[in-house]
Design a protein around this ligand. Structure first.
Ligand SMILES: Cc1cc2nc3c(=O)[nH]c(=O)nc-3n(C[C@H](O)[C@H](O)[C@H](O)COP(=O)(O)OP(=O)(O)OC[C@H]3O[C@@H](n4cnc5c(N)ncnc54)[C@H](O)[C@@H]3O)c2cc1C
Length: 326
């Protein structure tokens, strides 16, 4: 039995916690208020938004097997409905997605929480750069210096930059993790107290400032008597918006929404922006998880596979298998 600390309560951390809990003593630390990370769900003024990942697909049988009990329990379900394509302000097409699109129920974060199982999770804990190792143990503390316990193995599921911030020079100079760059995204969350009327539930926008629109109120287990819309910008648009005030960002995204998809949000009952400073990898890295047995350190994340839910989960399972085999 090894004492394992997992930093991060997103999908990677939760999948690891679930996979390691049977054989190890696991503690999970997350600086946010709950499980989710980039699969977080926010409830504001009665509307429910998955403001990060909108849905995921399943290819690998291993991922399907991981989800099976959650599907049976109703925590994962299919998001049905068509996807529109917009180009230069014109709607070109509405098509049925090629593969079933799955979501957490009633929110994405419920899926993440369910994967983590009954792990000892502490929220609102910002883990600090590791201090010197004492024998074979890492004494963890938060950024205020509060001790969090001693562990044989520390696993980071944070972004590459944050992982370097945690592990410092224990990640070898020249390791490709150090070279990974991420791009931002803004999410505009819009709410109306009336049902959605269009014949599509999501939209892709080509060649514009926006990338994706998701009608979150049309997902299973949500309140379809209202409309909850999540609008994601492209990384290029997000770079332009980075230094602006939230009201101005909301105004510019709303302008793009009417120009690119014909949706007028001027009468929305709610309009809130969220910045994902590190939304996705700039380039798919597929490095595989990092596990240094000698140092008692490991890391995984979307840099280990691809910036998709399925690949993050599979990378976490791969890392758990390597830890089991030690
Ligand atoms: C806007 C957006 C849209 C997306 N859309 C899709 C989609 O439709 N389909 C799809 O498959 N994928 C999508 N993705 C990608 C997918 O969401 C991510 O790849 C996946 O959720 C990453 O999970 P993770 O556990 O690796 O990282 P994260 O979810 O980022 O989890 C890492 C966690 O570590 C925590 N943390 C960091 N440092 C510390 C510290 N020092 N102490 C404590 N905690 C710390 C963070 O708070 C965070 O919660 C999207 C992502 C974004 C941002």
């Amino acid at each position: 039995m090894t004492r394992v600390a997992i930093v991060g309560g997103g999908l990677g951390g939760a999948a690891l916690a679930g996979a390691l809990a049977k054989h190890h003593e696991v503690a999970l630390f997350e600086k946010g208020r709950g499980f989710g990370g980039r699969m977080a769900t926010r409830q504001t003024a009665g509307y429910r938004f998955d403001h990060g990942a909108q849905y995921f697909t399943v290819e690998a049988p291993r991922f399907a097997a991981l989800l099976e009990p959650l599907r049976a329990a109703g925590v994962v379900a299919e998001w049905e409905g068509g996807e529109a394509l917009f180009r230069e302000g014109r709607r070109l097409d509405v098509t049925k997605p090629r593969r079933p699109r799955l979501v957490g129920v009633p929110g994405m974060s419920n899926l993440v929480q369910a994967l983590a199982g009954t792990v000892d999770a502490q929220f609102g804990v910002d883990v600090a750069l590791l201090a010197e190792r004492q024998g074979s143990l890492w004494a963890l503390s938060d950024v205020e210096g509060k001790p969090l316990g001693s562990f044989d193995l520390v696993i980071s599921t944070a972004t590459p930059r944050q992982t370097i911030g945690l592990f410092g020079d224990r990640v070898p100079v020249g390791h490709p993790l150090r070279a990974q760059r991420m791009v931002p995204c803004y999410a505009l969350m819009l709410g109306w107290d009336r049902p959605w009327k269009e014949d599509w539930v999501s939209a892709r926008i080509e060649g514009g400032k926006l990338g994706f629109i998701g009608v979150n109120s049309s997902k299973p287990g949500r309140d379809a008597t209202t409309t909850a819309l999540v609008v994601h910008t492209t990384p290029e648009m997000a770079e332009v918006l980075l230094d602006l005030a939230p009201d101005e960002i909301a105004r510019r995204v709303q302008t793009a929404l009417i120009e690119e998809a014909g949706i007028d949000a001027s009468d929305a009952a709610l309009s809130v922006v969220h910045r994902w400073k590190s939304a996705r990898m700039a380039h798919e890295a597929a490095l595989g998880p990092w596990f240094d047995v000698e140092q008692g350190l490991a890391a995984t994340g979307d840099w280990a596979g691809r910036s998709r839910v399925e690949h993050v989960a599979l990378a976490a399972l791969d890392l758990a298998a390597s830890i089991h085999s030690e």
